[in-house]
Design a protein around this ligand. Structure first.
Ligand SMILES: Cc1cc2nc3c(=O)[nH]c(=O)nc-3n(C[C@H](O)[C@H](O)[C@H](O)COP(=O)(O)O)c2cc1C
Length: 437
């Protein structure tokens, strides 16, 4: 496989020369603020994970191509947890796209096309992990996020573990088999994403039978988070059982009864936008927070400028919840394409039928509403729509987004500025004017 620094790897965007949060030194030099020192001053507690002391900030995995090496590596370099999303990463590598883009389905070579695309995605994943590691410089923690619902779940987890990834984070399905897959990598941290106490109990009990505990658990609130959501139906997204005030104490009570409360840090995800939000969930017993949407609005985010613009300019009323092609509820910005699709959805669902093959040849999902003709599921090719978003096609793309105004409104800032803001208590005088979401 080719090295991460290969010129074919997508180009690093320019990072602004002077980062916010820097103190003036004699002679005009600037020293960046040590973010760790902000923790105690702001009354927050560090995250202790895998024998390391980290900022209590996790950048959540975001596919397709939204969180790759540059975002994840930049977050880790500042002592946070940076997460690369494994899904269809070849799209960030022009040479890999060149190699695979003409492998259309409908030809005798469909199986070969699928194998070639999957191999390109694994090659891209390896490049991204290596490049993120270089950026992180040994600081923080680097994770890979793999959705349980994707076909390449097993090979992606295996490759990331072989590359020495620090942590594997799995959502969009119950990763009951993860301990078996990671058996030969006892130092790799295993982190499931769940949304309610029942799901945690089920998973922890099953893993305990395999003599393994999660190293941390992400509790993602489907009422607030962006992307695929951990509820069975759209109508359930607002169920009180998902609220941090309910789920965190319930999970802690279960872990206490099982005698493992102190061993498993809880990470609250969804709608976290400020220091006050972090302080609130830490007071409830969470150890850290995971953010997605605010990290998209950074220079270092691997998505296109158009992607960042769509997310930062969306208001609360622009967000829509629907069932995706993966059969899960999802939250995204109502772009031109999504509005048209949702209008046509009842008719498309009426004529849903099993297709002879996947639109894009590589069967990205284990179960796909479009290919498998499942009438209650999304009738569109999710990879096609997410790829359009990554290309910056504002009209055709599917742009996932969580609820809530962003810390810097519609401004794109550096990862350092964002993390510094999150770690600093805001008085009404110091808070910037932010438009309500
Ligand atoms: C653009 C976008 C893409 C996402 N993709 C994934 C993904 O591929 N896998 C996953 O587990 N979570 C995904 N998420 C969820 C995030 O990792 C994170 O948990 C969530 O966004 C937190 O909510 P917030 O956006 O309100 O901060 C995505 C979120 C966004 C906004």
């Amino acid at each position: 496989m080719r090295a991460a620094e290969d010129s074919s790897t997508h180009r690093l965007h320019e990072v602004p020369p002077r980062e916010a949060g820097a103190d003036a030194l004699p002679g005009g030099a600037v020293a960046p603020v040590d973010l760790m020192s902000l923790l105690a001053a702001g009354g927050l507690v560090p995250l202790r994970l895998g024998g390391r002391t980290l900022l209590p900030i996790v950048q959540g995995g975001m596919g397709v191509g939204v969180s790759a090496h540059r975002l994840a590596g930049s977050v880790a370099a500042l002592d946070g947890v940076g997460t690369i999303s494994s899904v269809d990463l070849r799209r960030l590598h022009p040479d890999l796209m060149e190699r695979t883009s003409r492998l259309a389905p409908g030809k005798a070579a469909t199986l070969a096309a699928k194998e070639a695309i999957n191999a390109a995605n694994l090659e891209a994943l390896e490049r991204e992990i290596r490049a993120a590691r270089v950026l992180a410089g040994g600081r923080g923690l680097l994770a890979i996020n793999v959705m349980r619902a994707v076909s390449e779940y097993g090979p992606s987890v295996k490759l990331a573990l072989e590359c020495g990834i620090d942590a594997v984070v799995v959502g969009a399905g119950l990763p009951l088999d993860l301990p078996d897959m990671a058996q030969d990598h006892p130092n790799a941290l295993l982190v499931p994403i769940l949304s309610d106490a029942r799901g945690v109990q089920l998973l922890v009990r099953k893993w305990m039978r395999k003599n393994r505990l999660p190293d941390a658990i992400v509790l993602e609130n489907p009422r607030l988070a962006g992307g695929h959501l951990g509820a069975a139906k759209v109508e359930e997204l607002h169920d009180p059982r998902f609220e941090f005030e309910n789920v965190i104490p319930q999970v802690l009570a279960f872990l206490r009864e099982a005698g493992i409360e102190r061993e498993i840090p809880l990470i609250a995800a969804g709608g976290i936008r400020s220091h006050a939000d972090i302080a609130r969930v830490q007071a409830l017993g969470a150890s850290a927070v995971q953010l997605g949407t605010p990290f998209v609005a950074t220079h270092e985010c691997d998505a296109s400028d158009a992607y960042k613009r769509v997310l930062t300019q969306a208001r609360e009323e622009d967000l829509v919840e629907f069932i995706s092609g993966a059969g899960l509820p999802a939250r995204a910005v109502a772009t031109h394409w999504l509005k048209s699709y949702l209008k046509a959805e009842p008719k498309l669902q009426e004529v849903a039928h099993v297709k002879p093959r996947c639109t894009l040849a590589f069967d990205c999902l284990i179960q796909c509403g479009l290919r498998d003709g499942r009438p209650g599921w999304g009738q569109f090719c999710i990879d096609t729509q997410l790829a359009a978003a990554v290309r910056g096609d504002e009209k055709k793309g599917l742009f996932f987004r969580g609820v809530g105004a962003l810390p810097f409104g519609d401004r794109i800032v550096s990862v350092r500025e964002l993390m510094e803001r999150l770690l600093t208590p805001q008085t009404s005088a110091s808070a910037p004017p932010v438009e309500p979401a």
